[in-house]
Ligand binder design. Structure first.
Ligand code: ZN
Length: 387
């Protein structure tokens, strides 16, 4: 690879003129090759550029057999002089992310001796390191990366001769041959790379790690740099502000406020459950019993409480069968039926059929849900359980 294309000579070219030297029908459009180009082809973890050649959309750029191929929606005749426009915001995002990734990986390499063994740039930057990193380690590296950004150190790209290269200590994922392009990011990193980079660390702007998890014996990180990091932090700030208003709490105390709220909710839930259970137990004491059958309705009763109340009902001598239904949020009824004398397994199937129900159990106890209204449930229960 000669590495002499326009994007290598100047990574900041946004628009240029070129001549179409070939245009071939491809699977999803046309592959157009120019005499020279500022469009970066996908490689080294960096996505290919998008943009326009005249009015023809370039959806991606790839290197195929040493040629930079612009994947286009329409064909352009060989010999045509075209004006190329790169989607610069996207490309600059990628440059911020790529240099940011080098900076971070270089620091990890210096501090922990790990290599970057997998790199992908999409909505987020994803990097795999071949060693364990704790969240604390990651925070430390993140701060060092941001400090290098504030120092605005130069990013220098060189093609050293063989001798210089053999004496140079640099990161590289594979054994490289031919002309080697070395990217130095301040004092933090030296790495062989074919991507496009910003000119100084200050242009990375901001660096933020999002996640850190164990991966194949090493660590997988996701992170953001530049405009994407800024957009993310702004989004978090907006979310924080909304929560702050909802809780009437200052932004700095959101976590402790939510913790307090959670405790209050747990206590309130407990009280509510207690009330629901007491209320149902009272109904058990006062309910009518017809031919040994008691039918009760409640709302939001837990499975445990349904069972507890049913057992309490069966302690009454005249109760032989108890059916308790509890109205749920989705307007279905969860049911629990216990009996000392009826074959509930068989009767349960009948009930489910008549009441669009689901569930089952043993002859002594069945449980599940009914999808009909209370009135209809009562009628069917009486019909089926009176025998
Ligand atoms: Zn790189």
């Amino acid at each position: 690879m000669e590495m002499n294309e326009l994007f290598y000579r100047d990574a900041y070219v946004k628009e240029f003129d070129g001549v179409v030297v070939s245009c071939e029908k491809m699977k999803d459009g046309y592959g157009i090759v120019l005499d020279d180009t500022a469009f970066y082809p996908e490689g080294g973890g960096q996505p290919g550029d998008t943009g326009y050649l005249n009015d023809v959309k370039v959806t991606d750029t790839k290197r195929i057999e040493d040629l930079v191929v612009h994947l286009c929606k329409e064909s352009i005749a060989v010999g045509t002089v075209v004006h190329g426009r790169i989607d610069w915001d996207r490309r600059f995002d990628n440059m911020q992310a790529h240099t940011g990734e080098h900076l971070f990986s270089g620091l990890v390499h210096h501090l922990y001796g790990y290599d970057n063994v997998g790199f992908h740039m999409g909505e987020v930057i994803q990097v795999d390191f071949n060693g364990p990193l704790s969240w604390q380690d990651v925070n430390k590296v993140e701060l060092l990366a941001n400090q290098a950004i504030w120092r605005n150190e130069p990013v220098i790209i060189q093609y050293p001769d063989e001798k210089t290269l053999s004496e140079l200590d640099y990161r590289s994922k594979k054994e490289l041959q031919g002309k080697i392009r070395i990217v130095c990011v301040g004092k933090e990193d030296v790495c062989a790379c074919c991507g496009t980079h910003v000119q100084s660390t200050g242009e990375i702007g901001l660096f933020k790690v999002l996640t850190c998890e164990k991966h194949k014996g090493g660590t997988r990180l996701t992170m953001l740099a530049g405009s994407k990091a800024y957009a993310y932090v702004s989004m978090l700030f907006e979310q924080g502000q909304k929560i702050s208003h909802l809780l009437s709490a200052p932004m700095e105390q959101l976590a402790s406020s939510v913790e307090k709220l959670q405790k209050e909710k747990t206590a309130a839930d407990g009280k509510l459950q207690q009330y629901v259970r007491d209320n149902l137990l009272q109904k058990v004491q006062n309910a009518r019993v017809e031919n040994g059958l008691m039918i009760l309705f409640g709302e939001g009763v837990s499975r445990n409480d349904l069972r507890h109340c049913a057992k309490q009902a069966l302690l009454q001598e005249e109760v032989k069968t108890i059916a308790i239904c509890s109205k749920e949020d989705n307007s279905s009824y969860s049911y629990l039926i216990m009996s000392e004398c009826l074959p509930l397994r068989t009767l349960g199937k009948q009930l489910n059929q008549l009441l669009d129900g689901r569930g089952g159990g043993s002859d002594e106890l069945i449980q599940g849900t009914f999808l009909k209204e209370q009135e209809e449930i009562v009628t069917v229960l009486k019909e089926v359980l009176h025998g």
